[in-house]
Design a binder for this molecule. Structure first.
Ligand code: AMP
Length: 296
């Protein structure tokens, strides 16, 4: 469908699961390809990039907005997570989104709900042990969203690299008839990955938070120059992050980019993943390091 023709239609804001389901089924019956962009709202340029990619590759774009309580671990920011429905509506309209699915918590988890989806193995490292139950919460809500919005393609950001791997595995293991599309991380001009949680940063924390990107870049440069030792790379990144006195390292890990298991030598595509806390904001970021012998 031509872009101009699509943008004339008003965007629908749908709360009921059965309403979005019927709509998507109907669109698919008409032969349209449907793309889903799952989000927790407070939308920014990172989310918008997923919507644009979905618009390019599909005929009907559905954005879901749902702050999913079961993926927040005790003590995390579920209650205070930024909720900005009016701004989100405008951003989606501006991106030519066809429908927003914004269920409420009672609709998704009615009383008596008691089923969870657990993807084993991939949650052993990185954020898994630090956020127990988080990935089961993600896998469970996405299982529900994939059923309620039976899209052909679903779009995710590689900023949440471990999440992408968990979802890809779940889709494969449970035979969801859907393709997962992993999209690049969108950054601020100084390299900080865009994130809803950046809003928690004070001015000084925001200034220091560039150490994540600088640490990743420094490791990528070292690999380019021939460094292959994971411990030395980790120390190098830790030294850069130590330049930010307000930052507290949660982890700096080097893992196989597919299996997410620890590596000691960079002899294959390797994920360098970081989690660093600044005040109330726990920031994550990552880069895939590819030694030149593993290219081609
Ligand atoms: P969230 O609303 O934080 O759950 O994110 C919804 C989706 O947007 C996830 O697939 C994220 O990985 C993706 N996303 C968030 N921030 C970015 C970013 N800076 N660049 C690309 N994708 C992002």
């Amino acid at each position: 469908m031509a872009a101009a023709e699509r943008s004339k239609k008003p965007m629908d804001w749908i709360v009921e699961g059965n309403v979005i389901f019927q709509r998507v089924v109907e669109r698919k019956r008409q032969g349209l390809r449907v793309g889903l962009v799952p989000t927790m709202g407070n939308l920014h340029e990172g989310h918008a990039s997923l919507m644009r990619r979905a618009r390019k590759e599909t005929d009907e774009v559905v954005v879901s907005i749902f702050v999913n309580p079961i993926q927040f671990v005790q003590g995390e920011d579920y209650e205070t997570y930024p909720r900005t429905p009016e701004d989100d509506r405008k951003l989606c309209e501006g991106e030519g989104v066809d429908a927003v699915f914004a269920p409420n918590v009672e609709g998704m988890y009615p009383s008596g709900w008691s089923t969870q989806v657990q993807v084993n193995g991939l949650d052993q490292g990185l954020c898994g042990p630090r956020r127990p139950g988080h990935f089961a919460g993600v896998a469970t809500v996405l299982t529900k969203l994939f059923h309620l919005v039976p899209a052909d393609l679903a779009y995710f950001g590689l900023k949440d690299y471990q999440q992408v791997k968990v979802i890809e595995r779940m889709v494969r293991d449970l035979d969801f008839p859907l393709e997962v599309v992993a999209c690049p991380t969108i950054r601020e001009a100084d390299g900080l990955a865009k994130s809803s949680r950046n809003a928690y940063l004070s001015r000084e924390e925001r200034r220091q938070a560039t150490v994540l990107w600088r640490g990743l870049s420094s490791a990528a440069d070292a690999v380019e120059q021939g460094e292959r030792n994971a411990d030395r790379l980790r120390r190098r990144v830790a030294d850069v992050i130590a330049e930010a006195p307000l930052g507290h390292v949660d982890y700096i890990e080097l893992v196989d980019a597919e299996l997410l298991t620890p590596v000691s030598t960079i002899d294959r595509p390797t994920l360098l993943a970081l989690a660093v806390t600044f005040g109330r904001a726990r920031l994550i970021d990552n880069a895939v390091l590819i030694p030149k012998e593993a290219i081609g």
